[in-house]
Write a new protein. Structure first.
Length: 198
């Protein structure tokens, strides 16, 4: 099989989606949708690299607080996540009128999402400005909570992965399931929002 030169991209190395949770000045939760998320290991333990492009309210709050949560987006959460990803908090003051079920972190003062199968509580250890408006946050994972069904060691990993049902962002402004089903273009799933509080 021959390989040919193509455009630079990550279409066949898709990223899982995460809702980053931060605390606003009034103590209320704030969430934003992101996917540039990877892992690293240091002498302090397992950490994550979270990249946020452009200036956003979520980034402002992460810089201010130094902590945030990363909540894996499942298919159940996709409509709400898509809404957060397509709605700018800087120009939509009531963006957080739609909320998931919020639980506060067990270790850090961050909002986590009950409906998310896995939530990370993250402490920012270093910020790397990329010079183009993007910033990489190197974070220590201070705590992880997950759906108790995913703790069952008798269930094969592939089955548990399907239970978690993470949503992937492979590029081209589309969403896909972990088993390859098309879940819509950006801006479409939010038209079917449910399980939200006003």
């Amino acid at each position: 099989m021959a390989k040919v030169k193509t455009k630079i991209g990550n279409d066949y190395c898709p990223q899982a989606l995460f809702l980053y949770g931060t605390k606003q000045e009034d103590g209320q939760p704030h969430f934003g949708l992101f996917c540039w998320f990877g892992y690293y290991h240091s002498s302090e333990g397992l950490g994550v690299m979270a990249c946020i492009g452009e200036e956003k309210q979520t980034k402002d709050l992460i810089r201010k607080n130094g902590v945030f949560s990363a909540n894996l987006v499942s298919e159940q959460l996709l409509p709400l996540a898509d809404y957060y990803g397509c709605t700018c908090g800087r120009i939509t003051p009531d963006k957080m009128k739609h909320l998931p079920t919020v639980e506060w972190g067990q270790v850090l003062d961050v909002p986590t999402i009950t409906e998310s199968p896995i939530s990370f509580e993250l402490e920012v250890k270093k910020t790397i400005p990329m010079g183009d408006g993007s910033d990489i946050f190197l974070c220590l994972i201070r705590n992880v909570t997950q759906d108790e069904q995913l703790q069952d060691t008798t269930v094969p990993f592939t089955e548990k992965l399907m239970q978690a049902a993470p949503v992937l962002a492979p590029g081209e402004e589309t969403y896909f399931s972990i088993d390859g089903r098309y879940l819509g273009k950006w801006g479409e799933p939010m038209n079917h929002m449910s399980n939200t509080k006003e």
